[in-house]
Design a protein around this ligand. Sequence first.
Ligand code: 2E6
Ligand code: F3S
Length: 316
Amino acid sequence: MTKPPLTLYLAAPRGFCAGVDRAIKIVEMALEKWGAPVYVRHEIVHNKFVVDGLRAKGAVFVEELDECPTDRPVIFSAHGVPKSVPAEAERRQMVYVDATCPLVSKVHIEAERHAENGLQIIMIGHRGHPETIGTMGQLPEGEVLLVETVADVADVLVRDPERLAFVTQTTLSVDDTKDIIAALQARFPAIVSPHKEDICYATTNRQEAVKAVSPMADALLVVGAPNSSNSRRLVEVAAKAGCGYAQLVQRSGDIDWRALDGIRSVAISAGASAPELLVNEVIDAFRDRYDVTVEVVETAVEHVEFKVPRVLRQPA
Ligand code: 2E6
Ligand code: F3S
């Protein structure tokens, strides 16, 4: 039986960013250095396939530090942790490695610097997300106020409108965040902005690529996990860019083939925590059903790399 033709547009960049790559390496190197088990506080990155793979090698994933024994190393996830977490690890005399992405740490440092200068901080982020909890937890309760939407800006109660700064989560929608920043600046003209954009290069580049590819395709699939903020933003960006059908899939098994009936083209992207192996699995699933032509749509080239902490580069 002949297969129907289908063009697959692969958005580039997609998939792993430098912070995810580093965080996974940290767990792998910790397992090599100290042997199993090594504890990891929270999913090292928001991807079940990655987490399951590391678990098979001896990593034990927990949500809180008090679930870890004191005589085994613990790694903090790429999303960052409140100050209280390393403080507690030190109090318990635990060996710990911080896999917080350096671009998240940059926001932490920025928040601290603003507080030292007497500024109260407004964080633009998603309530309950580990990165937001970690960034807000760099400072005492009440020093960082959270806004999630433009509407929240009208309600936020600040100490002094003249002494304010804002920071953001690294994985937000670039366009939605612009609107929230505009609302903040309209209400608080003196508010201090980040030195350099807090939304990271990987988030920005993946959203740009999705924007470029969305109008070309009948449907767009983002490979990523439901708890992955940056992956979910890519689905929203595609829908806003005019893609009639945009869906998040963790693996090929999640593809709703019936919904794709009659399509001639599909665009594929992947969140910063999604391995390329899963993208290839999705492409292969299309090849099984269609006569596929692949086209890469590249809007940026990335050369970012982050070093792993020195403790892991030294022999045990
Ligand atoms: C750390 C910070 C930002 O949900 P989110 O997009 O934040 O996280 P992941 O694990 O899906 O992506 C990588 C990441 C880690 N992004
Ligand atoms: Fe870091 Fe951005 Fe990736 S903050 S972990 S480079 S998505």
